[in-house]
Structure formats: C-alpha cells, structure tokens
Write a protein that binds this ligand. Structure first.
Ligand SMILES: NC(=O)c1ccc[n+]([C@@H]2O[C@H](COP(=O)([O-])OP(=O)(O)OC[C@H]3O[C@@H](n4cnc5c(N)ncnc54)[C@H](O)[C@@H]3O)[C@@H](O)[C@H]2O)c1
Length: 247
C-alpha cells in the first residue's frame, strides 16, 4: 500500500521548492494534499500537474484569520486532516543594524507566526486522526549565521516551538517534529542577495563542503517524518544539511 493512502495532508509553501516537492511526493504516495501559498500562479501550476488529489488556497499564513480559514477549508473539502507540513518560509540578508521593522515582521510573520497559526488551527483536527506535524526549520536554527539575524532567530524559535508542542501533547498520539535542511536550489536561494560590504569569511561556516542540495532531499525527510515509519519520533529535529551542523 502507498505510504499515504487515505491520508489528508496540508502543505504550506506548496507553490515552490520544498513545499512543491513535498506535495508531489505525498500525492504520489496516495495522499490528498491541500496546498497553501501566497503565490497563486505557482499553486495553479502544481494543481495542473497533480490533478484531483491536490486542492489549493492562496493564503498569507502570517495572518491568523486567513490561516485558520485555510485549515477549516481543508477539512471541509477533504473531511479530515492527518498531516501538516509547515514548509513556507522567507529569508532576507542584511547587516543587523539595517534590519527595519517591516523586514523583522515579515521574517517572523511567515517563518514563525504563520507556522504557529496553522499549527494551532490544525491541532484539534490532528488529535482526531492521531496525526502529525512536520515543521521546516533550517541549519540557521542551530548556527549563528552572519547577516541573517531575524531568520536565525525565527528558525531557532521553530526548533524549540516544535519541542514545546511535542511535550504539550506527549500523552496523546499527536507527533510534532521538524527537519532542518541546509542550502538547497530553490526560489529562496535563487533570490538571495547579500548586502554591500559584508565579510565573506564570516559566511564560510555555513557554506559547507557538499554544495547545494535539491529540494527533494528535504521533501524525502518530511515525508518519512510524516509517515508511520517515524512513529517513534516526536520532538525530533532531523538535520538534512550535508553535515553543515556536524562540526
Ligand atoms: N532553500 C534553502 O536553502 C533552505 C535551507 C534551509 C531551510 N529552508 C526552508 O525551507 C522552507 C521552504 O523554502 P524553499 O527553499 O522551498 O523556498 P521557496 O521560496 O522555493 O518556497 C517558499 C514558499 O513559501 C511561500 N510563502 C512565502 N510567504 C508566504 C506566506 N506569507 N504565506 C504562505 N506562503 C508563503 C512562497 O511563496 C514560496 O512558494 C522554508 O521554511 C525555508 O526557510 C530552505
């Protein structure tokens, strides 16, 4: 039987990169997937590719009411919810002293607040199905990376939010885990621009030795973590970073 036969998964950031790769893999393994993104055009392309098993909603997850409405709509359409893959994220690079309030709010709003709003709305449904949540953190949640202070702060918070949620629901069947990828070839890195006047030697520790990965490497880890094969995992943070954080 396919890994996700009969399962319903909500995937944020499903229009691109890791989220799209996760949606593809889950549908291939039998799931119905509800994809959320702010990029409607990207979602339409994924919907054309994946057909009936994929429904989508344009939603800014950093807005709590929109996130709640999207979770409700997913359950209205598919009748239940088994898996949440919190993948959507944004990054910006600045000198710490140049981070303005809008940038700080954007990074926190999408990477942290949005993940929590989706999770909070999903928990009652996941408790009904003995479901699970997989959050996408980053090597940046473990390492102090120069020129990405808000992103590191948000991803570090994602890691401990994952553990805190796992503990709060430890006496239920709900599992809450995270994966922490390193650099991958996605829209995020294609559009990554460093500011003028940076010290490149400070970036050396998070460049690593094994180059950039394909988004499917993270999707594989998400799908494993979301499957029954990972039934013993809760509060786990799985590094998928080519050894970046091993040093
Ligand atoms: N690419 C990397 O090198 C890398 C490394 C470590 C971790 N990550 C993490 O992986 C995850 C996926 O990123 P990716 O690399 O696939 O990037 P990506 O840019 O290809 O995909 C991110 C998706 O999130 C969506 N999104 C942004 N803001 C949103 C919002 N407010 N509401 C809903 N959707 C929104 C974007 O439209 C996009 O489709 C992110 O959490 C990112 O932080 C990426």
């Amino acid at each position: 039987m396919a890994k996700f036969e009969g399962k319903v998964a909500l995937v944020t950031g499903a229009a691109s990169g890791v989220g799209r790769a996760t949606a593809r893999q889950m549908v291939a393994e039998g799931a119905d997937v509800y994809g959320i993104d702010i990029n409607g055009e990207g979602l339409d392309k994924v919907a054309q590719e994946l057909g009936q098993a994929f429904k989508a909603a344009v939603c800014d997850i950093s807005d709590r009411e929109s996130a709640q409405a999207a979770v409700s709509e997913c359950v209205d359409i598919f009748g239940k919810l088994d898996i949440v893959a919190n993948v959507a994220g944004v990054v910006r690079s600045h000198h710490a002293t140049d981070v303005d309030e809008a940038t700080w709010r954007l990074i926190m709003g999408v990477n942290l607040d949005g993940m929590f709003w989706i999770t909070q709305a999903a928990i009652p449904h996941l408790l009904e199905t003995s479901g699970n949540i997989v959050n996408v953190a980053s090597n940046a949640g473990f390492m102090g990376q120069a020129y990405t202070v808000p992103y590191c702060a948000a991803k570090g918070a994602v890691i401990n939010m994952t553990r805190a949620l796992a503990m709060e629901y430890i006496k239920t069947d709900l599992r809450v885990n995270a994966i922490a990828p390193g650099g991958m070839k996605t829209g995020m890195t294609e559009n990554y621009h460093v500011p003028e006047g940076i010290d490149y030697s400070l970036m050396q520790p998070y460049t690593g030795f094994r180059g950039m990965a394909e988004p499917e490497t993270a999707a594989n880890a998400i799908c494993w973590m979301a499957s029954d094969e990972a039934s013993r995992c809760t509060g786990s943070i799985l590094s998928v970073d080519g050894g970046l954080t091993a040093a």
